[in-house]
Design a protein around this ligand. Structure first.
Ligand code: ZN
Length: 75
C-alpha cells in the first residue's frame, strides 16, 4: 500500500515511494517551477527592501547621496 501526496505545483497524485524521484513533486519540471517561484519571491522581497532604503536615503538629504560614491568605491 503506497502512500500518495499531492504535487505542490500541479496537485497531481504522486506515489510517495523511493521510485518517485521527485516526490513530493510529480516530475522534475514541477519541482523546478516551485523552486523558481520561491526564488522570484525572494528576489522581489529583497528588491523591495533595497528600493525602500534607497528612497529613504534620497529623502533624507543631499548628504546621503554625497556619502554613497565613497561607499561603493570601498567595496
Ligand atoms: Zn506536478
Amino acid at each position: 500500500m503506497a502512500a500518495t501526496v499531492d504535487c505542490p505545483t500541479c496537485g497531481r497524485k504522486v506515489s510517495f515511494t523511493p521510485a518517485s524521484r521527485w516526490r513530493p513533486f510529480c516530475s522534475a519540471r514541477c519541482k523546478t517551477i516551485d523552486l523558481g517561484a520561491w526564488a522570484s519571491e525572494t528576489y522581489r522581497i529583497a528588491g523591495d527592501v533595497r528600493d525602500d532604503a534607497a528612497s529613504s536615503d534620497e529623502s533624507d538629504a543631499g548628504a546621503g547621496s554625497h556619502r554613497d560614491p565613497g561607499r561603493s568605491r570601498a567595496r
